[in-house]
Design a protein around this ligand. Structure first.
Ligand code: C2E
Ligand code: CA
Ligand code: CA
Ligand code: CA
Length: 276
């Protein structure tokens, strides 16, 4: 109606419409990119700070669009989660990561991110089993990174999925710990092998009077008491590395050691005989 035209109301709705059509366009581009096989994986090492040895690589999706340039997974994963595209993308990443890991030294694991929407689908266990079988990767070398968001669903269903995955022999990692819907209740079932301390607790943790060191110490103590490993994520600076090491983090991931790199770069490093 004419009388609603003009003013902030109209401006606001057209802004929303723009945002919605942008998301729809991104979704279409993404679908085409997936069809053409344009999504790639990059790998970032998880390093033991006591020995500087790489123990694991996390697989991270990369998308380079001809017009838009690099589009971050933080931007396109939520778009994929709007429909079933996340299932295709997730299964593709899982398969590729398992295949890539098979050409690394067999002491090194691969960690794959799992969207909650993918995780709670009935076919998920089957998809994991299929990726393991197709690649021949031993299940113990695969780690699935899950965020606290899976626990907003029906807890009994979620629990059953965890038990199924454990039976397969894969490892489970709780990602972005402390940022989501945090409840310690789900730690008591002992599903997780690893806790990843979110970057927000690590970044700037060496500033005077910062409360993050206390939180890092507490998470490490909790994890140790429950038999889980800890990873400090997003470590960029030497003083941050020293701090998380002193506080007992088992593994460190961050630009201080390496940005995510291509599979070719991973293989070249192993060929050089260096372990980072
Ligand atoms: P995440 O799982 O928490 O992954 C860690 C993110 O932190 C990655 O961003 C990584 O590049 C970045 N990072 C690592 N070290 C540092 C550091 O020292 N400093 C800074 N500033 N950043 C660091 P990326 O690759 O952009 O991925 C963003 C998010 O997208 C991931 O967060 C994850 O939630 C999601 N994602 C990526 N790949 C996949 C995937 O295959 N499936 C699903 N479901 N989600 C994915
Ligand atoms: Ca992750
Ligand atoms: Ca994380
Ligand atoms: Ca994150």
């Amino acid at each position: 109606a004419k009388e609603t035209r003009g003013g902030t109301f109209c401006f606001f709705t057209s802004e929303l419409r723009d945002a919605a059509s942008k998301t729809a366009m991104l979704g279409e581009r993404l679908r085409d990119a997936v069809d053409r096989g344009e999504l790639k994986l990059a790998y970032q090492p998880l390093v033991d700070p006591l020995t500087n040895e790489v123990k694991c690589f996390e697989a991270l999706l990369r998308w380079h669009d001809e017009d838009e340039g690099d589009i971050s997974p933080a931007q396109f994963i939520p778009v994929a989660e709007n429909d079933d595209l996340i299932i295709r993308i997730g299964e593709m990443a899982l398969k590729q990561a398992c295949m890539d890991a098979l050409s690394w030294p067999d002491t090194i694991r691969v960690a794959v991110n799992v969207s909650a929407k993918q995780f709670i689908r009935p076919g998920y266990r089957k998809a994991v089993a299929a990726a393991l079988q197709a690649s021949g990767l031993p299940p113990g070398r695969l780690e699935l990174e899950i965020t606290e968001s899976v626990f907003v669903g029906d807890l009994e269903t979620v629990d059953a999925i965890f038990r199924d995955l454990k039976k397969l022999g894969v490892r489970l990692s709780l990602d972005d710990f402390g940022t989501g819907y945090s409840s310690l209740g789900y730690l008591k079932h002992g599903h997780f092998n690893k806790i990843k301390i979110d970057q927000s607790f690590v970044r700037g943790c060496t500033e005077n009077g910062d409360t993050n060191p206390a939180i890092i110490t507490a998470i490490v103590a909790l994890a140790k008491a429950l038999g889980m490993e800890t990873v400090a994520e997003g470590v960029e600076a030497m003083d941050e590395l020293e701090l998380v090491k002193a506080r007992g983090a088992d593994l460190v991931q961050g630009y201080i050691f390496s940005r995510p790199i291509t599979q070719d770069q991973v293989l070249a490093q192993f060929a050089e005989g260096s372990n980072m």
